[in-house]
Design a protein around this ligand. Structure first.
Ligand code: PMV
Length: 357
């Protein structure tokens, strides 16, 4: 379905040569998006923390050209390997931003997290690129409202990589139509502003269990939710968890937060293990970490919470006032289960930001 609201309709305007830069973060889902319909429409709603330190910085240099073209540079080096994915993205968004077909682009991008960390860069990377494209549109339509700007960036980012649409906004972000969050939508993400203070500076330490390439991509994983024996129950459960998590977020109820978030992470992986064909992305050390966290949490009466994305790494979430004890566990025990003792300290962040030189 074509979304008229996001079609740029002032074709023919002369585009001056220019340059735009955006910084956009990664995000970690609390209720997971797993399974999609056509055109990147999620099969169930999701909510995530926007991160801060793990982000992508992208500069797009543009000028009008008779033939459209683009080149991608990562850390200053031409990366032709990235270009097919970007070409697909441009193809998907062209009907909404037709001016991209009259541009010669140079895309310069870098991540703050190591490319080989096993952390997906598609959420931060595609949201940063979508924001740059909307900045070019804004140069052609200076009257564009700030709220429409973010909405359109979220819309375009979604067409690149579903979860990327959530990275546009700060703190807690909802994507996918559901009755508990007013204004929620399948086609754009919306910020959730009603959370308790304790979630404003929640910490996320990413324990790098396996830095290698995933054996099954998330695209393949999403598709395996079609004809999955448990898909309908799973999608219904996600709606239910959204409703329960909303209450916990509003009330600062950390115990319920932990129960829902951990159940979501394990359900995501249970869906992978019960797909046809089945697959496992967790590694032995993923489970070792989970066991140690649960033991330590019980012993010290803490709120350390684990979650997983589509990979073996463990995200350890905790309120800031438990950071000292969490770091003791991480440095004293958990690093031994990480590849080269690697981990990344992150926290809830302010979302995407334009960098003006
Ligand atoms: O945005 P994608 O297609 O890479 O899928 C992301 C899927 C999960 O990270 C597992 C869950 C989520 O909601 O981010």
């Amino acid at each position: 379905m074509v979304e008229e609201r996001y079609i740029f309709n002032q074709q023919g305007k002369e585009i001056k040569r220019g340059e735009v830069t955006w910084k956009s973060p990664s995000n970690i889902a609390l209720v997971k998006y797993w399974g999609k319909k056509q055109n990147q429409i999620p099969a169930n709603p999701s909510i995530s923390f926007t991160l801060n330190n793990c982000h992508t910085l992208t500069t797009v240099k543009y000028e009008q050209a008779a033939e459209p073209s683009f080149m991608v540079f990562v850390d200053g080096k031409r990366e032709e390997g990235f270009e097919p994915k970007i070409a697909t993205f441009f193809k998907r968004i062209a009907q909404y931003v037709p001016f991209v077909n009259a541009l010669k682009l140079e895309i310069h991008t870098k991540n703050t997290f190591p490319h080989s960390s096993g952390i997906a860069s598609s959420a931060s990377g595609l949201s940063a690129l979508a924001l740059c494209v909307v900045s070019i549109e804004k140069a052609l339509t200076p009257s564009m409202k700030a709220s429409y700007f973010k909405e359109k960036a979220s819309f375009l980012a979604r067409l690149g990589s579903g979860s990327a649409c959530r990275s546009i906004y700060p703190e807690l972000v909802v994507w996918g139509d559901n009755k508990s969050f007013e204004g929620s939508s399948d086609i754009v993400a919306v910020p959730f502003k009603g959370a308790h203070q304790v979630f404003k500076d929640f910490q996320d330490t990413i324990l790098l269990v396996d830095k290698g390439q995933k054996v099954v991509s998330s695209t393949v994983g999403h598709n395996l939710m079609h004809n999955h024996p448990f898909s309908e129950q799973r999608f219904a459960q996600a709606h239910d968890n959204m409703e329960r998590l909303k209450l916990a977020l509003e009330e600062g109820d950390l115990k319920t937060f932990t129960k829902i978030v951990e159940s979501e992470a394990l359900t995501l992986h249970a869906m992978m293990m019960t797909s046809n064909p089945y697959f496992i992305l967790m590694k032995p050390n993923t489970l070792n970490i989970i066991e140690k966290v649960w033991e330590y949490r019980e012993k010290h009466q803490l709120n350390l919470t684990i979650t997983l994305d589509a990979g073996a790494n463990v995200h350890l979430l905790y309120p800031k006032n438990e950071a000292e004890q969490a770091m003791q566990l991480i440095k004293g025990t958990l690093v031994d289960f990480c590849e080269n003792k690697g981990y990344i300290c992150d926290e809830v962040g302010i979302g995407s930001e334009e960098i003006v030189n």
